[in-house]
Design a binder for this molecule. Structure first.
Ligand code: ADP
Ligand code: MG
Length: 724
């Protein structure tokens, strides 16, 4: 009867492929059968083929000729998945070098085989604890392998081999690394297992060890040269073996239920847990890597936040000048003297020509009004622009760098003092004429300006040495305005006729929340400014290049405002207000800037991805042996892939979280620095920057982990176990 054999090998031959088409005949015509309850010693010189044979029996190596029939199944007919299951459920391996997984606890080293079958946590712990307790390791459950002695380690390995209740235990030189006292302990345990009815096949060098077994098979040069039964072999006393293996009926039921109800695979959760343990074991390395990756996440978030912060400021800037009843017009371009187009910009605005009239006696502004009015009529709009009624002029100039200043008398501390003997001068960044729609609500303190008055921006308050805008306005300081480019110096102006009394007073502080709120900006009434220019011209006899740079048209209705604005947008030469041009200019600068930022982020993400790839690749090499062990206890390729992918996922998650925390910290620092220096902080967050950054971090890690994970999955189990 064939069935009485647990394991039958017929005509088994093993050839190792060497380079250049040579082969090495490692096993020759092996014919041998084993029964359950046998404790077989395989002996032979080093290199005789013992390990090769064990690997074939254990399903680690399926490249052989002949038949190996285990429990009625021919290993040659099994596919990869069936072989994995065979290793997981039918055989248990014990190695000379223990091959415990260093970063897992003793308990986890034993339960890992059950984890691969997705066994219930409570069942796993109960089974493993029982087994370890009976092997005398109840006090070591939470320890790591390197905290145990050799004998203890081998007992853990035996527990791991037994946990799935296999029929066959394969032990390749299990006592090779142990002293003689410990050797006896381990042999006793193996003997008990065999006596319980399992088939135990053990490779040994030592005849002494072989002597205690029930049968000795000797291999020489890949051939069986001796096969002897030990007539003196006595079964151990039943009670110890019973204690070691037998389970209570109750527990068997649990096993059956749990085996039925669960998929026999490593669950994602377990993969994550295993990876977490492994990462924890090399915390420093992983934290350093996460830190490295998080820098690119940080860069990405900061760049995005900076971009949106600037965009927000610019749209505020544009919005601030939007009044639904006014159309603001500025010049987009004009023909220069050389015939080429000259583009207007907020820094160098183009002006409207109101001096030269055509044959109909009309200037540029008249012609523009006619053009708009015609368009309004064409579209059945009742509203018509009347130059006298609806139109006003505006002027703006960037004065930065032209020695344009406002000065005031001050004391020795630089604080305004009408009796002061010193003068403090501050650069003016911009001069704007106050738009006609500005109201009291646009003021922080004081009143809108009239003749002989100016408005200053918030930044000027500090520059004048006042503590609050109110305090500044109440003390009505006299300032002198010096605009060399226009020949204006209010110190020299004093004319009753023009209703100018020389130095103007500051009537109010205007609330500008634009990009220049950190700089002194001066607002003046257009008529006042025009008179300053006119008077300066008289004084100096020079013609001053002064002309309106913007036009404001008061409409009857917001829909008319919209209509005219849209019409202007379609024109080549005119556009919205200077302030809107500003927004446009900054937005186009921003989009160039954004592309540059995106490229930088992209490069840093690529560097991060390569870093993850390298680290995971090295990790695969470092853990080759562990992968071999996992395969020997039945891990499928998929499981190995899953463990490594879980690890790259965790790295991505960790890097993302670290990156987000770092970016918050850095943003706070940047906001403080910006506020202190510029008085504004162009950084704004969108919640999805963080979600996106986390997502991208995980995505690049997982993608970078794909190659190392598949490399790990493809490793040959026998070779990995041999890896030093
Ligand atoms: P033992 O375990 O008895 O010491 P092995 O089974 O490990 O011997 O090896 C048997 C023979 O097969 C040795 O000569 C060894 O060099 C050779 N061998 C083992 N593995 C390979 C391999 N992967 N490629 C080529 N030769 C191998
Ligand atoms: Mg060997």
């Amino acid at each position: 009867m064939k069935d009485e054999y647990k394991l039958q090998l017929s005509n088994v031959n093993k050839f190792y492929k060497l380079g250049n088409k040579n082969t090495f005949h490692a096993l020759t015509d092996i014919n041998v059968n084993f029964k359950k309850g046998e404790l077989v010693s395989i002996i032979g010189e080093s290199g005789s083929g013992k390990s090769t044979l064990m690997n074939l029996i254990g399903g680690l190596d399926s490249d052989f000729e002949g038949d190996i029939i285990a429990d009625g199944v021919n290993l040659r007919n099994l596919n990869d998945k069936e072989l994995d299951n065979y290793r997981k459920n039918k055989v248990g391996f014990v190695f000379q070098s223990f091959n415990l997984i260093p970063h897992l606890t003793i308990l986890d080293n034993v339960t890992i085989a059950l984890t691969l079958s997705n066994e219930k946590e409570s069942v796993k712990i109960e089974k493993a604890t029982k087994l370890l307790t009976r092997l005398g390791l109840e006090k070591q459950l939470k320890k790591k392998p390197n905290q145990l002695s050799g004998g203890q380690k081998q007992r853990v390995a035996i527990a791991r081999a037994l946990i799935n209740e296999p029929e066959i235990i394969l032990a390749d030189e299990p006592t090779g690394a142990l002293d003689s006292g410990t050797t006896i302990q381990i042999l006793d345990i193996l003997k008990e297992i065999a006596d319980e009815g399992k088939l135990v096949i053990m490779v040994t060098h030592s005849e002494k060890v072989a002597a205690i077994s029930s049968r000795v098979v000797e291999i020489s040069d890949g051939m069986i040269v001796r096969d002897e039964k030990n007539k003196n072999y006595k079964k151990a006393k039943k009670k110890t073996s019973e204690a070691l293996i037998e389970e209570e009926p109750e527990q068997k039921i649990i096993n059956k239920v749990s085996k039925k109800s669960t998929k026999q695979n490593l669950s994602l959760w377990s993969a994550l847990r295993l990876s977490f343990h492994n990462m924890w074991a090399s915390k420093t390395k992983n934290l350093l890597m996460a830190f490295g990756v998080s820098i690119s996440i940080l860069a990405m978030i900061i760049m995005l936040s900076f971009g949106s912060g600037l965009t927000d400021y610019i749209s505020n800037l544009a919005e601030e000048y939007n009044n639904p009843y006014y159309v603001s017009i500025s010049k987009k371009s004009e023909k220069g003297q050389d015939g080429n187009d000259v583009m207007g910009s907020p820094i160098k605005p183009l002006s409207f020509n109101i001096k030269d009239k055509d044959e109909n006696g009309k200037d540029e502004v008249d012609r523009l009004i006619d053009q708009i009015n015609a368009e309004l009529t064409k579209n059945q709009k009742e509203f018509q622009i009347d130059r006298e009624q609806n139109l006003s002029f505006g002027f703006s100039v960037m004065t930065y760098g032209t020695n344009t200043t406002f000065s005031f008398k001050c004391n020795e501390e630089g604080v305004y003092d009408p009796e002061g003997t010193l003068t403090s001068s501050k650069d003016i960044f911009f001069i704007y004429t106050t738009p006609p729609y500005y109201e009291k609500s646009n003021m922080i303190a004081g009143e809108l300006s009239g003749m002989n008055e100016v408005l200053l921006s918030k930044a000027a308050v500090k520059a004048l040495g006042f503590e609050s805008p109110e305090a500044l306005v109440e003390s009505k300081p006299k300032v002198s305005i010096n605009i060399p480019a226009l020949g204006i110096n209010t110190d020299g102006i004093s004319s009753e006729e023009l209703n100018l009394t020389g130095n103007p007073t500051i009537s109010g502080i205007i609330d500008v929340t634009n990009l220049f709120e950190g700089f002194p900006v001066m607002y003046v009434n257009y008529n006042y400014f025009a008179k300053l220019v006119e008077y300066s011209q008289e004084l100096t006899g020079k013609t001053i290049p002064f002309a309106p740079t913007s036009i404001y048209i008061k409409t009857d209705d917001p829909s008319t405002t919209d209509f005219i604005t849209h019409y202007l947008d379609s024109l080549e030469t005119y556009s919205g207000a200077v302030e809107q041009q500003f927004a446009g200019m900054f937005n186009s600068m921003l989009s160039t800037f954004s592309i540059a930022l995106a490229v930088i982020s992209g490069i840093s993400l690529l560097v991060a991805a390569i870093m993850i790839l390298v680290v995971l690749y090295m990790s695969v090499t470092e853990r080759t042996r562990e992968i071999g062990v996992l395969k020997s206890i039945g891990a499928r390729r998929k499981d190995i892939k899953r463990i490594f992918s879980a690890e790259s996922f965790l790295i991505g998650l960790l890097s993302g979280i670290v990156g987000i925390i770092l970016s918050l910290v850095v943003s706070v620092i940047l906001i403080i620095i910006f506020n202190a220096t510029l008085g504004l902080a162009p950084i704004s967050f969108r919640w999805w920057y963080f979600v996106g950054a986390l997502g991208i971090s995980i995505l690049i890690s997982v993608l970078s982990g794909l190659y190392p994970a598949s490399k790990a999955a493809k490793l040959d189990p026998v070779e990995s176990l041999r890896h030093e």
